[in-house]
Ligand binder design. Structure first.
Ligand SMILES: *[C@@H]1O[C@H](CO)[C@@H](O)[C@H](O)[C@H]1NC(C)=O
Length: 191
């Protein structure tokens, strides 16, 4: 009796352990105006997430090539490879990630590749409550958003990223030579 219960516990435990290890970690370094980043998010990551919910634990790091510096009055100010619009949209994306830690991929994908902050606000925010819209706009237009850009810069620099997009799947560099879905599904039985 005790032995049976012991085995049942072991089987249950190994089931939970194998379940946990089935989720695939995907980290993608992007910048809001890079066309290949836009294609990766719109054509691969978002559709995969929508059709295979819960399989990939997706982390987006919007920054790219650029730099943030402390200026007059301790104001943080960032520059971005594709200019100010890129920094603006990176800020809005980082704000979205910060406000919706678990549910931001649709919003981040919507913002990605748009032409101005106003366009992003008009196209991507209307389905949110007025209060949430105001908070995101406020964040994107302030030092709050710039500080979030700065953290994404630190993550990007720490990982030594030199091209965008760059993806890591379960901590390993993925060279983009075949579809993301194949690479993600290679690491799990859940696909
Ligand atoms: C995925 O990320 C989580 C949290 O960061 C970590 O605990 C886990 O070990 C990672 N799994 C793999 C397979 O890399």
């Amino acid at each position: 009796m005790a032995t049976t219960r012991y085995f049942a516990a072991v089987i249950l435990l190994s089931f939970f352990i194998s379940c946990q290890s089935q989720q695939v970690n995907v980290t993608i370094f992007t910048e809001s105006q890079c066309p290949f980043c836009t294609r990766l998010l719109r054509e691969q990551i978002w559709p995969f997430h929508a059709t295979h919910p819960g399989i990939a634990n997706i982390q987006i790091v919007p920054f790219g090539k650029g730099n943030c510096e402390l200026g007059y009055g301790n104001r943080l100010s960032c520059t971005c490879m594709h200019g100010q619009t890129e920094c603006d949209l990176n800020r809005l994306q980082n704000c979205a990630i910060s406000y919706f830690p678990k549910k931001h991929l649709g919003l981040v994908t919507c913002i990605q590749g748009l032409k101005t902050l106003d366009e992003a606000i008009q196209r991507c925010l209307p389905r949110l409550s007025p209060r949430t819209q105001q908070r995101l706009i406020q964040c994107a237009n302030s030092q709050t958003g710039e500080v979030l850009n700065y953290y994404s810069m630190l993550n990007t620099h720490k990982a030594g990223i030199k091209i965008w997009p760059t993806a890591y799947v379960n901590g390993r560099f993925f060279d983009r030579s075949y579809p993301m879905e194949v690479e993600i599904c290679r690491h799990t039985d859940w696909c």
